[in-house]
Design a protein around this ligand. Structure first.
Ligand SMILES: Cc1cc2nc3c(=O)[nH]c(=O)nc-3n(C[C@H](O)[C@H](O)[C@H](O)COP(=O)(O)OP(=O)(O)OC[C@H]3O[C@@H](n4cnc5c(N)ncnc54)[C@H](O)[C@@H]3O)c2cc1C
Length: 384
């Protein structure tokens, strides 16, 4: 090794919510931290930009969240029919444009002392002599610990051997609303339970655009595209000019999939950490990123061996996100078989209250599915 070569305590790959949270946590713990991303920021990310209570609560203090719309109403349909609307009388979801949101988290990481390099693509990773060697288009980087937060097509995830149980394809269009559409969606989201098992669609209004999206199991891209076309039409939005159209995969890990290998940890989408039913992933990215960053800092500054750092990260994930993912998967299985039952439940005052309490973070899906009557209902749905 060249005597001048810089060795970082922690190198984080990917500056989405998982990577910026990991880098910030590592720097806050005193680690000399570098964060790299292949994109220039601000950068676009295919995403509804819906922030639930647990996401907002997990953000570092002082981050000025660039909220574009606060949502207090929601309407629901089942394959375009049986429409109903509810008003919670207060915020249930905050909607952001991901480019602004991710840039704000990146700024928070910088302010915590993280060195940031953008337009740097990681191509390979290897470990030797208690060091991780990371190859990039700009040369080699060295670190004592690495966090892979490089999203759902993660290279670092492949190195670690992440195993997946569920992969879905999300498609979105950003539409420029006319006055009527903008008014109709002010403070309101729409959710449609879709035509194939586990699929659903959404309209999430931002300041200048309506994000219209659908998600369903990967493997039938033409059918997913057709659902987006049909859903846009059902919502009476087909005539609006398209500002952007894009797609992205979401992935959920096997419960015992590795979260690290040697001195390399994975977080967020790279680790397959995502709620299987709603495919909500930002809170998983922020929370797993912060845990991975703290564990990597302990490893990178030499305080804790690689094995112990990984074990502490694994136990943090199992205790919080693992429990939620299991509840999400259980719920998804019932929803796949009985979307009509879910639609009917949401229509009741109790169903709507549970929905709003989950999105606000006043309760969790795991706690809800443990409730005796819900547990019995889901078990029955999963048997039929
Ligand atoms: C259609 C759709 C809608 C969604 N809507 C929501 C929603 O409303 N709310 C919600 O909570 N979740 C939503 N999600 C999920 C959410 O977008 C993800 O879970 C979240 O972005 C994960 O964050 P992350 O930091 O792990 O990864 P990402 O945000 O994907 O960030 C990964 C970063 O890694 C960088 N990168 C990748 N490869 C390399 C490389 N080789 N070298 C260097 N850098 C690299 C990328 O440029 C990127 O900046 C949605 C997902 C989809 C597909």
């Amino acid at each position: 090794m060249d005597a001048q070569t810089q060795v970082y305590d922690v190198l984080v790959v990917g500056a989405g919510p998982a990577g910026s949270s990991a880098a910030r946590a590592a720097a806050a713990a005193g680690a000399h931290t570098l964060l790299v991303d292949r994109a220039d920021f601000p950068r676009y990310k295919t995403c509804g930009g819906g922030l639930i209570g647990p996401t907002l609560r997990s953000l570092p203090a002082g981050v000025d969240v660039p909220v574009q719309q606060e949502i207090h109403r929601a309407s629901f349909s089942l394959r375009g029919h049986a429409l109903f609307e509810r008003d919670a009388g207060g915020r249930i979801l905050s909607l952001v444009n991901r480019a602004d949101f991710d840039a704000a988290l990146l700024d928070a990481a910088r302010e915590a002392g993280v060195e940031v390099r953008t337009a740097v693509t990681v191509t390979e990773i290897a470990e030797a002599d208690d060091l991780v060697r990371v190859s990039t288009g700009d040369g080699e980087l060295l670190a004592r610990a690495v966090v892979g937060a490089d999203g759902s097509a993660s290279r670092i995830g492949r190195y670690v051997g992440v195993r997946l149980r569920q992969t879905d394809l999300g498609l979105e269009v950003e539409l420029a609303p006319d006055e009527r559409a903008a008014r109709a969606f002010t403070g309101r989201i729409h959710i449609d339970w879709g035509p194939t098992p586990g699929s659903y669609g959404w309209v999430f209004p931002k300041r200048d655009v309506l994000t219209v999206g659908v998600i369903q199991a990967k493997g039938e891209p033409a059918a997913t595209k057709q659902y987006l076309v049909d859903f846009t039409q059902q919502q009476g939005l087909s005539h609006l000019p398209q500002v952007r159209s894009s797609g992205h995969l979401t992935r959920c890990r096997e419960p015992d999939s590795p979260l690290g290998r040697g001195r390399v940890l994975v977080a967020g989408d790279a680790a397959g950490l995502l709620e299987p039913w709603t495919r909500e992933g930002i809170s998983y990215a922020v929370r797993s990123g912060a845990l991975a960053g703290a564990a990597a800092a302990a490893m990178g500054s030499g305080g804790v061996g690689a094995g112990r750092a990984l074990a502490s990260y694994e136990s943090g994930i199992a205790g919080e996100l693992g429990v939620e993912m299991a509840a999400g998967e259980h719920t998804l299985r019932a929803f796949e078989r009985h979307p009509r039952g879910f639609h009917a439940m949401l229509r009741t005052p109790l169903g709507w209250r549970v929905f709003t309490r989950i999105t606000r973070g006043e309760t969790t899906l795991a706690r809800v599915v443990r409730h005796r009557s819900v547990a019995v209902g889901l078990a029955a749905m999963n048997r039929w």
